[in-house]
Design a protein around this ligand. Structure first.
Ligand SMILES: Cc1cc2nc3c(=O)[nH]c(=O)nc-3n(C[C@H](O)[C@H](O)[C@H](O)COP(=O)(O)OP(=O)(O)OC[C@H]3O[C@@H](n4cnc5c(N)ncnc54)[C@H](O)[C@@H]3O)c2cc1C
Length: 291
């Protein structure tokens, strides 16, 4: 099997230096916590890596409220985010649930937010939790150019984030006040398994009814799936925990097209799971909203 033998470990101290390294050195690969880098290396997929680029010199490790936005740096560890007060508000429930569902804890102590989103694997949990809050990704590139794609668009395909040569991720932003409550659920075969399907939803509740909603699913296709029609159909429904949500579940069934079928589950099974998980996520979010 091709071996993983990077010759250099680089620790730039500015964002400009990172882009310079990425554009000038063939085979330079960013390392966050390394939990996915080493998985890929084990499978012989990083044999052309010549240098690892560590971002810890950039101090991208803060979690800050800036007006309506909550910004978390790319180097923030998943366990740090899980322990932070910022994710304890009901509107951040989808993020908190997704972090709590990641096992084992040792992975969360190493893995970073940047690595979780740049892995671009749709059944990873944190991206679904963040995308349910309409998260955007802060991207820094050549010429100090900065852009903020939506996370759901950023994860273009399996292992394919929307990063051009020289670009890297400096952080993730959400606007918690846009929703009143949110939640995340997933289905996997064992406690340590990957999600077969996972689902995040955010709800704005006004006057006892759902005023707006967002529904995102992972594990359904090679990128994240945002269920716009299902979310539209939730508007105006009573915000009652314990509801069956039959109509939204049927809408979701109609909306999910091109569902992946593989050795883990057929497309039909995944669609059934998606409906169950949607109901669970909605009820968890509404229960959370009641306090
Ligand atoms: C044993 C084990 C169990 C796991 N269980 C779960 C689970 O239950 N649920 C779940 O969702 N996930 C699980 N994971 C996956 C885990 O969430 C990911 O491996 C982790 O989020 C990746 O983060 P990292 O910082 O380690 O990324 P790294 O491995 O450092 O990097 C991952 C990828 O992102 C790139 N990258 C990293 N940071 C940046 C950046 N700032 N800008 C641009 N590119 C960047 C790297 O070059 C690489 O391609 C598990 C992993 C392991 C090893």
């Amino acid at each position: 099997m091709p071996t993983f033998q990077p010759k250099e470990y680089l620790r730039p101290s500015t964002a400009e230096e990172v882009t310079m390294v990425l554009t000038s050195r063939e085979g330079a690969v960013i390392i966050g916590g390394g939990t996915e880098v080493y998985e890929l290396a084990e499978r012989g997929l990083l044999s052309e890596t010549t240098a690892l680029v560590d971002l810890t010199g950039l101090q991208l490790d803060g979690i800050e409220r800036k007006g309506p936005a909550l910004e978390a740096g790319a180097s923030v560890r998943l366990s740090e985010l899980e322990d932070h007060d910022a994710v304890k508000h009901p509107s951040m429930g989808a993020v908190l649930d997704s972090l709590r569902s990641i096992h084992p804890v040792q992975v969360k102590n190493l893995a970073t937010i940047g690595g979780a989103v740049c892995s671009s694997i749709s059944f990873f949990d944190l991206p679904v939790g963040l995308a349910a809050l309409d998260a955007t990704v802060q991207v820094f590139g050549v010429g100090a150019n900065q852009r903020k794609p939506r996370l759901a668009d950023f994860m273009v395909d399996f292992l394919t984030p929307d990063l051009k040569p020289g670009e890297f991720v400096t952080g993730v932003t959400v606007e918690p006040d846009a929703y009143t409550t949110s939640a995340f659920t997933k289905f996997c075969l064992t406690g340590n398994d990957w999600a077969m399907v996972n689902c995040g939803c955010s709800l704005k509740v006004e006057g006892g009814a759902i005023a707006s909603a967002k529904v995102v699913l992972g594990g359904i296709s090679s990128g994240l799936v945002t269920a716009h029609e299902t979310a539209d159909g939730l508007r105006g429904l009573a915000a009652e925990p314990g509801s069956q949500f039959d109509e939204p579940a049927e809408r979701l069934d109609g909306e999910l097209r091109d569902v992946v079928s593989d050795y883990r589950a057929s497309a039909g099974y995944r669609k059934k799971l998606a409906k169950v998980l949607l109901r669970q996520a909605l009820n968890r979010a509404l229960t959370r909203e009641r306090g």
